[in-house]
Ligand binder design. Structure first.
Ligand code: F6R
Length: 264
């Protein structure tokens, strides 16, 4: 696991976008992105947009797969992940909306929605780089604590804390936050060829410590990334403040061989 400690959230956005751009450049125009919603990756998307606008990155032929979606929220709802991904990823990064996929949260087809989503990822050749945020309770996607470490896309019930955390998107009304979601599983996330998790701020100190330096356990679903061959964690000073091996992570980053360096 590579841990990159940045000065502040702005640098987290810069460094994580540079990492995605480097991977995309190596793969070519048909790169398959895995994309998260939430606040954490917004600065990453903003920096990717700047690279696209500067002509340094072309994502017009890329595909994207979102991690999750609420169950029962119409896709036209501004806080549905269909709408959120369209607003924060598809439009600004110049993706072709026909190639952007979000799990189907329609209650009518829930029994098969997971299998259909897995089949779509497979048909696209798998995800090249999966962008992730982490919940304060260690969730990635909406894989709440005790999720199976080998799970695939399926329906889950949101943890009470996640509904509290996400109430800010629903007029601060916890009751307005859907109770169920459909999310890529931890096994699905592990199958991506690269995993890139971003986290900033004091609210993420415990989750970052547990996922990087704690045991691999379903009580901290993000700790499954310790089993990933190419996982990068990009955090700001604050989120990193609970880590015990920070000096080592900085030494590693400062001494990367040229071919591993980022264009920043
Ligand atoms: C959303 C998702 C979630 C968020 C997590 C952190 O697609 O995958 O796991 O990444 O809840 O959310 P923020 O970034 O808003 O703190």
């Amino acid at each position: 696991m590579e841990v990159i400690i940045c000065q502040d959230p702005a640098e987290v956005g810069l460094v994580s976008a540079a990492k995605v751009a480097k991977i995309a450049a190596a793969i070519g125009p048909s790169v398959v992105l895995g994309v998260a919603t939430g606040s954490s990756p917004l600065a990453t998307y903003e920096n990717l947009r700047a690279l696209v606008q500067a002509g340094k990155l072309d994502l017009s032929q890329a595909s994207a797969f979102a991690l999750d979606e609420y169950v029962g929220l119409p896709i036209e709802h501004p806080e549905s992940y269909h709408a959120t991904i369209d607003r924060t990823v598809t439009v600004p990064l110049g993706l072709d909306s026909q190639r952007v996929h979000v799990p189907d949260g329609d209650p009518a087809g829930l029994e098969t929605a997971g299998e259909r989503y897995e089949a779509a990822i497979k048909a696209a050749g798998g995800v090249d780089v999966q962008i992730l945020g982490v919940g304060a309770n260690g969730h990635i996607g909406f894989n709440e604590p005790t999720s199976s470490l080998s799970s695939r896309t399926r329906m889950k019930t949101l943890a009470p804390q996640t509904r509290v955390d996400n109430a800010r998107f629903f007029g601060n009304s916890i009751d307005a936050v859907p109770r169920h979601c459909i999310t890529q599983g931890l096994g699905t996330i592990l199958a991506a060829r690269h995993a890139l998790l971003v986290a900033t701020g004091a609210n993420k100190i415990a989750a970052v410590r547990a996922l990087v330096e704690g045991p691999v356990t379903s009580l901290c679903p993000a700790s499954v990334l310790q089993l990933h061959r190419r996982a990068t964690i990009v955090v700001d000073e604050e989120a990193a403040s609970g880590l015990s091996l920070s000096d080592y992570y900085r030494t590693v980053f400062d001494n990367l061989p040229d071919w591993q360096r980022l264009d920043i």
